[in-house]
Design a protein around this ligand. Structure first.
Ligand code: ATP
Ligand code: MG
Length: 507
């Protein structure tokens, strides 16, 4: 029995020494009898200095704890999970205390939960108050948590999505990319995505993905995102302003283009007015000749008068020219109408959503509005293959085509003979490929690196601002495509655009 007791107390000591929590025994007067090393570390008091002191004396500031210890001693029932503010070595800490009665006093378990509580508070703030959406997924892409902002933006309650594949419900429902190829399964700093709400509507987000190692198995991820639909709208407005601005720059040429047909429409209309007068006079003579009160005038004389009037009016000429004048007038009106249509189509106001558009038509439109920029220096040949419609922001692409065309025309500067510009379209695999080739000056090797940089230009003040290709690259990137250049100085340049028919695959 005696030996058993020794064994038990040796075991207890060993357990105390190994325990991660602080453990202390106090006597009936609530004086420290002994404590383990963890208790020393938490309170910052060596066991030797604690021994014999009362809790109230040794743990100043922990009044609540002292009260709890008294309660336990007096009532004999334990107190669990008491959270208290304490100071250790001048630093404010949070302790968790659990007190249990012993035959001769009280046993106190103490752990420092400062970090744990801070982490929990941070987590609460992120989940409850953060404006950005945040969710976490496990290694298989299933939702493990979601904050309030995410829930509000997506229209799903956290509980509805817990354990379900985010890829399927939020990211790209029914999209071609499988969950394993999903862009949001790989760490990423900032990527543009489209998220889908519970009601099926979608919105554009900017999101970042960081790996999250918790528990066993493949690492999951924490995804934060923000709704950028409004910002994108503002971008589009700015782009639209740019479109109007370039239309403004083209306006002198457009005015000229419109003026020519308007002029011959005017001339022809004046001619038709005169012809009408002549015909009317002739008609009057016919009427007179047929009038009954002309009874006594011989038929011969009547026909002679009519013939004379016909000669005066030059009927043959009128009969031949009037239909031609009408045709020309209608042509002129159609030319003006098609210019106006092209201007409208060119300055097309893109929406946030992309739409399917005929790029051959977009190229023709751009050529129409820019004809005057090009027609004095080069002949443009179109070699347009049959294309499917492409998911795109067509107004933005118009801007890109315009810049490539104007650049090609500018490359003819300073030479005597007219240049040649070839615009071709092809369907190559999943992409529409557009090539703009000129036989102009070419681009010297040493500046080829820089031509896509914003504000890089070799053109004089008032001629170029160096934004065309920078804008083109930004637009093409946003479509998930590419823009490349090949050039031979002195011989010419080809710009090649690749645009995926179905738009950006990861968007
Ligand atoms: N087809 C081309 N042939 C020769 N040089 C070209 C051609 N296209 C572009 N470049 C060169 O690249 C530069 C940058 O072109 P970019 O379209 O970005 O600006 P820009 O035409 O100078 O000005 P902006 O387009 O703003 O009016 C041009 O200044 C020119 O030196
Ligand atoms: Mg340019």
């Amino acid at each position: 029995m005696g030996e058993d007791r020794t064994d038990a107390s040796a075991l207890l000591r060993a357990a105390e020494a190994a325990a991660p929590a602080g453990i202390a025994f106090l006597d009936g007067e609530l004086r420290f009898v002994r404590c383990n090393a963890a208790f020393e570390a938490i309170t910052g008091e060596p066991a030797a200095s604690l021994a014999g002191r009362t809790a109230a004396d040794a743990l100043p500031g922990a009044d609540e704890l002292v009260r709890a210890l008294r309660d336990v001693r007096e009532t004999g029932s334990p107190v669990a999970d008491l959270r208290i503010d304490a100071t250790q070595g001048g630093r404010r800490r949070r302790w968790r205390a659990d007190c249990a009665p012993t035959p001769d006093g009280v046993c106190l378990f103490l752990s420092d939960v400062t970090e744990q509580e801070t982490a929990a508070a941070l987590r609460d703030a992120l989940m409850r108050d953060m404006a950005e959406g945040l969710y976490t997924v496990d290694g298989t892409g299933r939702l493990t948590s979601m904050n309030r902002a995410a829930s509000q933006m997506l229209g799903w309650a956290e509980s509805e999505l817990l354990g379900r594949s985010v890829h399927e419900f939020v990211h790209r429902p029914g999209g071609p990319a499988g969950v394993d190829e999903c862009a949001l399964r790989r760490p990423a700093a900032m990527t543009d995505e489209v998220f889908v709400r519970k009601d099926g509507s979608s919105f554009q987000v900017m999101c970042s993905v960081a790996p999250l190692h918790e528990g066993a198995g493949d690492p999951g991820a924490v995804v934060t995102f923000r709704d950028v639909t409004a910002a994108r709208k503002a971008d589009l407005e700015a782009h639209h302003d740019q479109k109007l601005e370039s239309l403004g720059r083209l306006s002198a040429g457009l005015a000229h283009e419109i003026n020519t047909p308007i002029q011959f429409v005017g001339d022809n209309t004046r001619f038709l007015a005169d012809a009408y007068q002549d015909m009317w006079q002739l008609l009057m003579v016919y009427r007179e000749c047929l009038a009954p009160d002309l009874g006594e005038v011989a038929w011969d004389e009547r026909t002679a008068r009519a013939r004379e009037a016909e000669e005066k009016a030059d009927v043959e000429y009128l009969v031949a020219e009037i239909p031609a004048a009408v045709r020309q007038t209608l042509d002129g009106v159609e030319r003006v109408a098609s210019l106006v249509r092209a201007m409208k189509s060119f300055s097309y106001k893109d929406t946030v959503e992309q739409s399917y558009a005929d790029l051959n038509e977009a190229i023709r439109t751009t050529l129409t509005v820019a004809r005057n920029e090009v027609k004095y220096v080069a002949d443009v040949t179109l070699d347009l293959a049959e294309l499917p419609e492409v998911l795109c922001h067509r107004g933005d692409l118009n801007q890109v085509f315009l810049n490539l065309l104007v650049n090609a025309a500018d490359a003819m500067e300073g030479r005597d003979e007219r240049g040649r510009i070839l615009i071709s379209t092809r369907l190559e695999g999943p992409d529409v490929v557009i090539r703009v080739t000129d036989d102009g000056s070419g681009i010297p090797e040493h500046i080829r690196q820089s031509i896509f940089d914003p504000f890089f230009t070799t053109k004089g003040v008032g001629k170029g601002s160096g934004q065309g290709l920078a804008l083109a690259r930004a637009v093409v990137d946003r479509h998930g495509g590419s823009i490349d250049v090949e050039s031979a100085p002195g011989r010419g340049t080809t710009f090649t655009l690749h645009l995926p028919v179905n738009g950006r695959q990861d968007a």
